[in-house]
Write a protein that binds this ligand. Structure first.
Ligand code: ADP
Ligand code: MG
Length: 411
């Protein structure tokens, strides 16, 4: 089955072909017809398998048709996402797929000025891709009118429902016309969240699940190395020096860790950049763009960048720290092996993290292959260094960070 044979506008077909998309992926093949029929859909499919286009294609087609046949105005679709980078990215996918059509999209997110967004909204926009905070601001200011919205999408739906946004989402749904379609997409979901999702939709909602036993794209190979906390940065330096051309995302647990790892790399003359929620938005956008363009090869990130981000040619995802939540392992390593590309996920596991590794393997339903490295492999770097960072220090730092997070949440 090729996109050529689909009953969608020829302009969209041309855009698909320009993007090099010939055939639908499994999730696109299953989700597009149901969405076109107007069903509510809960779709779960592995990382990097084209979920964005699975909802964007039918939505753009519908709006394009309605605008071609009658004078139509007002926002018709809202896509809610958890991070700013993801809002920008999905906004560009909508733009690319709606070239030459009448469909206009805006990405709306916090950390940047509101006025340009408000101006653009006033120009007549069909699709809004938004993070919840900024979207509610704009709704309350009257800059976003929900009267004509007939499609609501939650991408990374499990996180959107889990972040405590459920009340906000219900509030938005109450403001929409009664007859509207709700679409949930993610690579992971658990039982409770699934229940919560179903409480938000029609009882006839369609459930599509592609390969639920394996949430990571089959293009990703998984490995673990057992490295003690104190040795991780030496091992990382060694790994990067051994793979000088590789494009790598290194995931760490906290923003403080991110900065520390960057410094440790700098001491080894390795250039890297950090990406985390404490940076201002201009820096975040700048770092992301430079990494996307290939102007730098090593990105050190916290879980803010774990979900949804689609960057071509990431060769390795390194879990410098194992994630606390097993599903975040899936999202992190899903930054590699996207589309038809292959990728490698390498996790550093210290003695203290063995329980987490166990939990992740249970979540994945499969063991992660251990790579044997001896301390000799990177001992030379250790011997010549007098850097010291004790596990105790790390734990203290972690606790301080957790406290700050709690305080912020209360505010
Ligand atoms: P997901 O949301 O499932 O993680 P994305 O929607 O970000 O995945 O898509 C992952 C990659 O696959 C993107 O780079 C996208 O351009 C590519 N892609 C999507 N659909 C197709 C298709 N039908 N054929 C080829 N590549 C595709
Ligand atoms: Mg996605």
């Amino acid at each position: 089955m090729k996109f050529e044979t689909y009953h969608i506008s020829s302009d969209i077909k041309r855009n698909l072909s320009d993007l090099g998309f010939q055939r639908p992926t499994d999730i696109q093949y299953k989700a597009i017809p149901s969405i076109m029929k107007g069903e509510d859909v809960l779709a779960i499919a592995q990382t990097g398998t084209g979920k964005t286009a699975a909802f964007a294609i039918p939505i753009i087609d519908k709006i394009h048709r309605s605008k071609s046949s009658k004078r139509s105005w007002g926002i018709q679709c809202i896509v809610m996402v958890p991070t700013r980078e993801l809002a920008a990215q999905i906004g560009s996918v909508f733009d690319a797929l709606s070239k030459h059509t009448k469909v206009k999209t805006i990405a709306v997110f916090g950390g940047v000025e509101q006025d340009p967004q408000i101006k653009k909204l006033a120009d007549g926009i069909d699709v809004i891709v938004a993070t919840p905070g900024r979207m509610f601001d704009l709704i309350h200011q009257g800059a976003i009118n929900l009267k004509r919205v007939d499609t609501l999408v939650l991408d990374e739906a499990d996180q959107m429902l889990d972040l405590g946004f459920i009340d906000d989402i219900s509030a938005v749904k109450r403001k929409l016309p009664q007859k509207h379609q709700t679409l949930f997409f993610s690579a992971t979901i658990n039982k409770e969240i699934k229940k919560l999702a179903f409480s938000q939709v029609k009882s006839s909602a369609i459930r599509i699940q592609i390969s639920p036993e394996d949430p990571v794209s089959k293009n990703v190979s998984h490995f673990v190395v057992f490295v003690e906390m104190d040795d991780k940065r030496f091992f990382l330096r060694r790994f990067i020096n051994d793979n000088p051309e590789a494009r790598i995302i290194v995931f760490v647990r906290t923003r403080v860790r991110a900065e520390r790892v960057a410094k440790a790399l700098e001491r080894g003359n390795i250039t890297s950049e950090t990406l985390h929620g404490e940076k201002d938005q201009k820096d975040r956008t700048d770092v992301m763009n430079r990494f996307k363009k290939g102007q730098m090869n090593i990105l050190i990130a916290t879980d803010v960048s774990a979900r949804g981000i689609d960057i071509a040619d990431v060769h390795y995802v390194i879990n410098y720290d194992l994630p606390e939540k097993s599903e975040n392992y899936v999202h992190r390593v899903g930054r590699t092996g996207r589309g038809t590309k292959k990728g490698i996920a390498l996790s550093f596991c210290s003695t203290e993290e063995k329980d987490r590794l166990e939990a992740i393997q249970l979540f994945l339903n499969k063991p992660i292959e251990p790579l044997s490295v001896s301390k000799q492999d990177y001992a030379d770097t250790i011997v010549f260094s007098n850097e010291k960072e004790s596990v105790q220090d790390l734990i203290k730092e972690q606790e301080a960070w957790e406290k700050t997070k709690k305080k912020r949440k209360k505010k």
